[in-house]
Design a binder for this molecule. Structure first.
Ligand code: GRF
Length: 200
């Protein structure tokens, strides 16, 4: 059984969707550890309540790589195969990316490469695009910049607010992330340059 490591900083609704799919047998993996870098991350509480191994590793005051070394050590100790960033609000160091090369994925609430970084839903509204969505991608040392595994589109409605749009995107995120995890776990793809090409 493959082993997932989840990294989060806050609410943890994507983590919860993944955990529910693992429980339901829709993802052929187990969650080996959930790591949070914020003391009040709701996702850590949820993980704990679900009986999962929930570990708080403070990032405050640590140099990027120093924190990442602690996280990588724990991921290795827990024999994690695939790292899933789920609302993890930190860039990874080249060290971390190298240690888990092509074994780290992230979800972002826009159709990348549009609107990377913070407040992606607000960026989309302000830009006036008619369609946005969410993206699951491999993680490199850049900001939301690695090869794209899966995307889902969400049309923008005339009366959308950041909250209403974010809520509709989130529903898609919860479905898409597990789908993308299954693609990666299946191993039935290859990465060619920026492209994730699925095997037929
Ligand atoms: C999601 O919108 C995700 O796309 C982004 O951060 C948010 C995390 O939400 N990376 P949650 O903590 O999973 O509820």
């Amino acid at each position: 059984m493959k082993r997932l490591g989840i990294l989060l900083s806050g609410r943890g609704s994507n983590f919860e969707a993944i955990a529910n799919n693992v429980k339901a047998g829709n993802i052929a993996a187990e969650i080996a550890v959930v790591i949070g870098n914020k003391p009040d991350a709701q996702g850590l509480e949820t993980a704990d309540a679900m009986g999962l191994d929930a570990v708080y590793i403070p990032s405050k005051g640590l140099k990027r790589e120093e924190f990442d070394r602690r996280v990588v050590a724990l991921l290795n100790e827990k024999q994690v195969d695939l790292v899933c960033l789920a609302g993890f609000m930190r860039l990874l160091s080249p060290y971390f990316v190298h240690e888990f090369a092509n074994r780290i994925i992230n979800i972002h609430p826009s159709l990348l490469p549009s609107f990377p970084g913070l407040d992606a839903q607000q960026q989309a509204l302000e830009h006036g695009v008619k369609v946005t969505g969410c993206t699951v991608h491999f993680v490199d040392a850049g900001l939301d910049s690695g090869p794209i595994i899966a995307q889902a589109d969400v049309p923008i409605e005339d009366n959308d607010t950041v909250d209403s749009l974010a809520a509709r995107i989130l529903t898609e995120e919860h479905r898409l992330y597990s789908e993308a995890i299954n693609i990666v776990l299946s191993g039935r793809y290859r990465i060619e340059g920026r492209c994730v090409v699925r095997a037929t």
